[in-house]
Design a protein around this ligand. Structure first.
Ligand code: PMP
Ligand code: GLN
Length: 380
């Protein structure tokens, strides 16, 4: 018998990036930038390698990176994670999510997650023996329904899994929404895991508010971050989780048997990256805001119904005005027909039946976005 736990054997990102290769398509599917991160970040990792920092780092991550993560949270959010016990460096946010679920979810527990949800959430919850319970952000505006949250939480709910800025919709939870979520978490005594990998991609003068910064929430919250997005080094797979010592200790307990530790020279690179001054982050978000506007306007011109994201580097559209009710069918024919790849958002729902929404990423140079739009214009 060769069966194992029932998680999907391939992710949508693998499928779509393979189609992009096969057809030489402009890949606006999987979210990875074409350009590497800042040269000084790359150089810091190269220097670490040259200096011989090539062996296992400590389980929790090198002290320099844990200090940098803590300093970053102090500077931006007034949070103060303990450098030794409140920070653990992980192999990307993906490992932090998996370790959090394996550490906090018991068989039979429910995890309430904002739906659509990033694909690793469901798999990680199920590997832990739990069940994911969707808390739907309804199209077309994808705001959270806070009354509904009180209804989807049951006596079996153990963890609330938040994601803001939200992939794929770009919704950024505002303070009032977070406060309402915090009331539910406190009333129902939930643990909260919050995925904030797009923390520095928030547009239009809005602010990212970490859930852990709300009054009383620090003690029940694990916050997850990643360097991949902010510093354009998705292949380095450096992420982290922060929180109170007992929860972080539980994650470390699991993590030691997943990877133990990883990426020593990359950890040095990211320690240097997190020391970036505010001008780095300002330029980064301004650049992405321009790319968002370019792609959103171009897709609207082509007839898509476009949902303008408040954050992340994704635009969610509906292909319904173009006559498509099934985003999967649309995305599977798009590479051959137009030479463009996008992601159907139905794969991020508990019930992956047909939906017309399609996600495009704008983490690509302007010329690539323009080329993608031009190909759509010709082929659609
Ligand atoms: N969470 C979300 C919402 C993401 O979009 C991604 C990456 N696309 C991840 C987690 C995974 O991050 P990492 O590459 O650091 O594992
Ligand atoms: N997070 C990226 C996205 O949403 C993909 C990461 C992956 O390939 N697993 O597009």
């Amino acid at each position: 018998d060769r069966t194992g736990p029932a998680v999907p054997q391939t992710t949508i990102f693998t499928v779509m990036s393979a189609l992009a290769q096969q057809y030489g398509a402009v890949n606006l599917g999987q979210g990875f930038p074409d350009e590497s991160g800042p040269a000084r970040v790359i150089e810091a990792a190269v220097a670490a390698m040259r200096e011989g920092r090539n062996q296992y780092p400590p389980l929790a991550g090198i002290p320099e990176l844990r200090e940098a993560v803590a300093a970053h949270q102090r500077h931006w959010y007034g949070l103060d994670p303990d450098v030794d016990e409140g920070v653990v460096v992980t192999a990307g946010a993906t490992e932090a999510i998996a370790a959090a679920m394996l550490a906090l979810v018991r068989p039979g527990d429910e995890v309430v997650a904002m739906e659509p949800f990033y694909d690793s959430y469901k798999a990680s919850v199920e590997l832990a023996g739990g069940t994911i319970v969707p808390w739907r952000l309804e199209a077309p505006d994808f705001r959270p329904d806070l009354v509904r949250l009180g209804e989807v939480v049951t006596d079996r709910t153990r963890v609330l899994l938040l994601n803001s800025p939200h992939n794929p919709t770009g919704t950024v939870l505002d303070r009032a929404e977070l406060e309402a979520v915090a009331r539910v978490a406190a009333d129902r005594d939930l643990l909260v895991v919050t995925d904030e990998v797009y923390e520095h991609l928030v547009f239009d003068g809005l602010a990212h508010v970490p859930f852990a910064s709300l009054p009383g929430m620090w003690e029940r919250t694990v916050s997850i971050g990643s360097a991949g997005k902010t510093f354009s080094v998705t292949g380095w797979k450096i992420g982290w989780a922060t929180g109170p010592a007992d929860l972080v200790a539980r994650l470390k307990g699991v993590k030691q048997y997943l990877t133990f530790a990883s990426g020593t020279p990359f950890q040095y690179g990211i320690a240097a990256a997190l020391a970036s001054g505010p001008e780095f982050y300002e330029a980064y978000v301004a650049d992405y805001a321009e790319r968002r506007d370019l792609l959103a306007a171009g897709l609207a011109d082509l007839g898509f119904a476009v949902h303008r994201p408040q954050g992340t580097y994704f635009v969610t559209t509906s292909a319904a005005p173009l006559g498509y009710a099934d985003g999967m069918a649309f995305c599977l024919e798009l590479p051959e027909r137009c030479g463009v790849v996008a992601v159907p958002t139905q794969v991020f729902y508990a019930d992956p039946g047909p939906r017309p929404e399609v996600r495009f990423t704008f983490c690509k140079p302007r010329a690539v976005l323009e080329e993608g739009l031009e190909r759509l214009r010709k082929g659609l």
